[in-house]
Write a protein that binds this ligand. Sequence first.
Ligand SMILES: [Zn+2]
Length: 111
Amino acid sequence: MNAPTPATVTTTPRPSTRSAPEGPLGEFDRVLAEASRNRQQQLADLPDDVTDHVVLAQRESLSEVLEDIARARQRISDGTFGTCPGCGRSIPTERLEIRPWSATCIGCARR
Ligand SMILES: [Zn+2]
């Protein structure tokens, strides 16, 4: 009598992503990751001319956005994403959709 062959366990390989949040936060995280990649690319594409202040200004603003994006992704991990630290209210989704790295609501940003 044949020994029963062990059933082949088909292990579904888990994608080796970091624990990306589910739902809307996960979506924002993806958008932020994409925005970060784009800007890193733009930064890399800038000419190496350190005397051109247009280039310098572009480099500076790209770096600032990259920092904002990094902070926004940190807030996603912290669970504080979408809450304005200025007034404690939630940042409107419409604002986050346009500029997902916004740290504050429009009211606090204007102050
Ligand atoms: Zn606010």
